[in-house]
Design a protein around this ligand. Structure first.
Ligand code: ISL
Ligand code: CA
Length: 531
């Protein structure tokens, strides 16, 4: 296993709009991020994944880019961005940025010219004389009529898909990547990167969701593009890529990340994040920890390398989804973090996860800001779902749970004015100030877990071996040379009789250990070491 900085890093994802507001307009910004770099360094963060800060009309809050080479004025200026890069470098913190190249904003100059049938830019996008039957990620049609033709958009109609059959698009994207890599970023998180190449525009097999995906999901043409981008761009820098790869299997992931492929370094898979739903993320089932655990084991043992995550800007909060944010908030948040920080693969922490931020209580549809949430609710209404059912389904899954501002102080501390989206009220101890003060807080436990991971190569490069996993109890070992870590995670709200001995000396637990009767507490996590 070759060593690499991106395998050893603790990664922290920042969703800039909701991280920290420095100029009192209620919107997070780059200066706000700069003001929190010492906080991130104190936590033990080595690498930041910065969600888009490029110019954007914000229909999809930055995932609709109108200029890849300029900064959204709401977030600051290129001067601010250069300062952020410098301040990160001073602290030995690397930054990767979001590469959103499946589509642009409809306000991008390329699309404006393409709509005008400019001969150079017309074929930067995918135009057809009539729609096919494909359905989009945000539901509904994927074709929008403009004058005498239709253009493809797998997401919002304001996010026209780029035409990756066009070599000029490839050249443009190479330039964008060089621009940012020359500024010193350490690579990219590549947005929906395994759907960018559409092999054909034929009708798809009718499906409940994503009709047509067989024509663009994990196509050979996509592999060719990724090989070219690595050969012509990434390989010229000390940089890496992590792809967001929807619907990817372990085999498809290995086809993207194995070093022999020369494509991506890591991928975010979704299989473990789909263990609490029925075929579609909007229909959640009762969470069964054993399903999550079994899927994690499948990826831990099957994938060449993993990008481990339990949250991001698109997902509900993990303590509310996989833990118990009412009766065992501290216990389940710290158990989930212990799992994230001892599994094999690069750990990605999402902003607020380190203090156990939980899902919000959005009182009405007006409180939600995410376009996907509103489109899905409108679809449910068209399908005559009763209001109570719509409210419940939307609340379970909306991406806005992840987009509530970070509470830096007991009073809130995100901004001096009304934030662009509501704060999570009834925060109680769920704020940074309180948790840094409280030595036994989630924050301090996460800091300790990061220290444990970073001071033991076994947790980075050691093998992963499942020892026991039933009924929500997850026991596994990490081994490197003579050092062996034993990790026990109880992902249930029940006392469980341990079926195995705790081996070695206890290094860490989130709760006092009185193992007289060998019973492990609800959401208890234990790390022990033998060397
Ligand atoms: O939330 C999801 C995962 O289940 C998907 O609906 C998500 O939209 C999909 O994975 C793609 O996400 C990425 O591309 C979108 C953007 O809205 C998301 O924020 C981004 O993560 C379009 O750029
Ligand atoms: Ca601001």
């Amino acid at each position: 296993m070759t060593k690499a900085f991106w395998k050893e890093s603790i990664v922290y994802q920042i969703y800039p709009r909701s991280f920290c507001d420095s100029n009192g307009d209620g919107i997070g910004d780059i200066q706000g991020i700069i003001s929190k770099l010492d906080y991130l360094q104190e936590l033990g963060v080595d690498l930041i994944w910065l969600s888009p800060v490029y110019e954007s009309p914000n229909l999809d809050f930055g995932y609709d880019v109108s200029d890849y080479l300029n900064i959204n004025p709401e977030y600051g200026t290129m001067k601010d961005m250069d300062e952020l890069l410098l301040e990160c470098e001073k602290r030995g913190i690397r930054i990767i940025m979001d590469l959103v190249i499946n589509h642009t904003s409809d306000q991008h100059q390329w699309f404006i010219k393409s709509k005008q049938k400019d001969p150079v830019y017309r074929d930067y996008y995918i135009w057809k004389d009539k729609p096919n039957n494909w359905s989009g990620f945000f539901s509904g049609t994927t074709w929008e009529k403009y004058e005498d033709a239709y253009y493809l958009h797998l997401f919002l109609k304001e996010q026209p898909d780029l035409n990756w059959h066009n070599p000029k698009v490839l050249e443009e994207v190479k330039e964008i990547m060089h621009f940012w890599l020359k500024k010193g970023i350490a690579g990219f998180r590549c947005d929906v990167i395994n759907v960018i190449y559409k092999t054909s525009l034929e009708n798809g097999k009718k499906r409940i969701a994503l009709t047509g995906k067989e024509h663009y999901h994990s196509q050979d043409g996509c592999h060719d593009i990724l090989k070219t981008l690595r050969r012509d761009v990434i390989n010229h820098y000390d940089a890496f890529t992590v792809g967001e790869t929807v619907l990817v299997t372990v085999e498809q992931a290995n086809d993207l990340i194995h070093p022999s492929r020369g494509e991506l370094d890591m991928v975010f898979s979704f299989e473990h994040m789909e263990t609490d739903q029925i075929n579609n993320k909007w229909f959640k089932t009762k969470f069964k920890p054993e399903k999550l655990i079994d899927t994690l084991i499948k990826w831990q043992t099957g994938a060449y390398w993993n990008a481990n995550y339990l949250e991001n800007h698109d997902q509900p909060r993990s303590v509310s989804r996989f833990g118990d944010d009412k009766n065992f908030h501290y216990e389940s948040a710290t158990a989930l973090m212990a799992m994230l920080l001892t599994l094999k693969g690069t750990p990605f922490i999402y902003q607020g996860q380190e203090i156990g931020m939980k899902n919000g209580d959005f009182k009405s549809m007006e409180d939600y800001k995410d376009p996907e949430t509103h489109r899905i609710e409108a679809l449910m209404k068209r399908l005559h779902f009763p209001k109570a059912l719509r409210t419940r389904l939307i609340h379970k899954t909306s991406r806005d749970h992840a987009r509530m501002p970070i509470p830096w102080t007991k009073e809130g501390g995100f901004s001096i004015s009304k934030p662009w989206i509501q704060m999570n009220d009834k925060m109680g101890t769920i704020n940074v100030e309180t948790q840094i003060e409280d030595k036994s807080s989630i924050w301090n436990q996460v800091k300790k877990l990061i220290e444990i991971r970073k001071s033991h190569e076994t947790l980075i490069y050691g093998t992963f071996e499942p020892i026991y996993h039933r009924h929500g109890l997850f026991v596994y070992e990490r081994t490197l040379d003579q050092e062996k870590f034993h990790i026990v995670i109880n992902l249930t709200n029940r006392f469980i009789k341990l079926p195995i001995e705790i081996k070695g000396s206890i290094l860490w637990s989130n709760q006092p250990l009185d193992m007289g009767n060998k019973m492990i507490k609800p959401y208890q996590a234990i790390i022990s070491i033998e060397s």
